[in-house]
Design a protein around this ligand. Sequence first.
Ligand SMILES: [Zn+2]
Length: 159
Amino acid sequence: MRILSIFNKKDEQFLRQKTAEVINPQDPAIRELIDTMRNVMEKNQGVGLAANQIGKPWRIFVAEYQNQSFAFINPKIIKHSRKVNLAEEGCLSVPRIVGVVPRYDKIVIEGRDLNNKKFKIKASGMLARIFQHETDHLDGILFIDKAKELYQVKSSKND
Ligand SMILES: [Zn+2]
């Protein structure tokens, strides 16, 4: 499956659109989509992937951090710290570019699982950063929009 890139005009247009809430998380097609997203993320050594990065207009992202796997349907950040951290980020949809991006140090994020059950996760540091990056994707926002500085690199760590 192809990952959309901002260096393609049509792809960028799609990536800049806000995704739609999933009405029925129990739909088998949603499970299939999440499986596909996990595979694409792993194949590309990403730490997160939003559905619109593979051309699907739904409010879903997956993430992987320290051997923990996450899947959020209809995610929403409901709380965040005042404290902000700066760190480097990259993105599978923005190849060969990294940037220093401010993100909240701590967040509380809620979402739905495949059984349409609501769950909440408290995250800090790198995991909070990944969740903020992916939630932004679903709102049509890219890390380059928020980056203080951007650099070109030969190959980047992706998320
Ligand atoms: Zn990204």
